[in-house]
Design a protein around this ligand. Structure first.
Ligand code: G4P
Length: 280
């Protein structure tokens, strides 16, 4: 996947989102639990300031459980509703229904006072590319869900997925653009695979990932590769290369291949559950 944002795309995406937000009661914002700040665009706070917000810490299965809890508290303190989910397995989905009702309590109450009965809560999913929006919609809505709204071909209206009597979901998620201006944000998004690898220097990224892991998750490299974690990060990378037989012709180490193995292991969770941004 190639994350490339041009001003034209951004303006179009933002305009679309502004229009869509007018139609809904609740914003379901997906963030990646491994990088809960770098994977969100705070512009959504302004765009959606009058709407209830449910933040989903998605890919919670890949992140450190202690940090998941800490981030949940962090966002709750800011006034958002938060649920930890694994959209791939479906873990956490059951909780969401109740939390949606809770998050939209005021709207339900307002409707009741005005004598409006059974008007469903309308929600839309937003998030940066690759955060898991489609996976979430598929898992949450399930296969048997009914699409409502205008018939295609008749009017170009919005398609809503009826989740149950009380909730409808806009079938197309809103794409937020990542905040690339901060280099650290770019690096963290690269770690999790949200930026195309071939435009990056994966070998350099490996050295900084090794440093981070040695500080915050001491022992994971040793456990995975059976190597000592001492020395410079380059020495550790070389030890991983030797342990995994990453050699070019002759005895020269293959750093590119080593970087590939390291990032594959990290992104698939084989190094363990790791959070790259900790609550301060
Ligand atoms: P997007 O619509 O926001 O762009 O994201 P999408 O759903 O396409 O998900 C991006 C990748 O993240 C997919 O992996 C998807 O399976 C994975 N993913 C989504 N949610 C979760 C989660 O909660 N936990 C984990 N571990 N992974 C998740 P992929 O490698 O691109 O595809 P595939 O190998 O799963 O087919």
């Amino acid at each position: 996947m190639n994350v490339q944002w041009y001003p034209g795309h951004m303006t179009k995406a933002r305009r679309q989102m502004q229009e869509d937000i007018k139609l809904i009661d609740l914003i379901i914002e997906l963030v990646d639990a491994r990088v809960p700040l770098s994977s969100r665009n705070p512009d959504i706070d302004e765009l959606g300031k009058n709407k209830s917000r449910l933040i989903l810490l998605n890919k919670a299965d890949l992140a450190d459980e202690r940090q998941n809890e800490a981030w949940k508290e962090y966002f709750q303190k800011k006034g958002y509703f938060v649920v930890k989910v694994d959209s791939r397995s479906g873990s956490g989905m059951k909780m969401i229904q109740n939390v949606i009702q809770e998050a939209c309590k005021e709207k339900i109450e307002r409707d009741r006072r005005r004598g409006i009965k059974n008007r469903p809560i309308r929600a839309m999913v937003v998030g940066i590319p690759n955060v898991g929006k489609s996976t979430f919609i598929n898992t949450f809505a399930g296969k048997a869900c009914a699409k409502t709204g205008n018939k295609p071909g008749v009017t170009k209206g919005k398609q809503w997925i009826r989740l149950n009597k009380g909730v409808e979901l806009l079938d197309t998620p809103g794409i937020l653009w990542p905040k690339f201006e901060d280099q650290e944000v770019g690096i963290r998004l690269a770690y999790i695979g949200s930026i195309k690898d071939d435009v990056l220097n994966m070998e350099e990224l490996s050295l900084s990932l090794i440093d981070y892991l040695r500080i915050k998750y001491q022992g994971v490299l040793e456990k995975r590769y059976g190597i000592p974690e001492e020395g410079t990060s380059l020495e550790v990378m070389e030890a991983i290369a030797r342990a995994r037989g990453c050699l070019k012709k002759g005895e020269e180490l293959d750093y590119g291949k080593t970087a590939g193995i390291l990032f594959d292991d990290f992104r698939s969770g084989r190094l363990g559950r790791i959070t790259l941004e900790w609550v301060e």
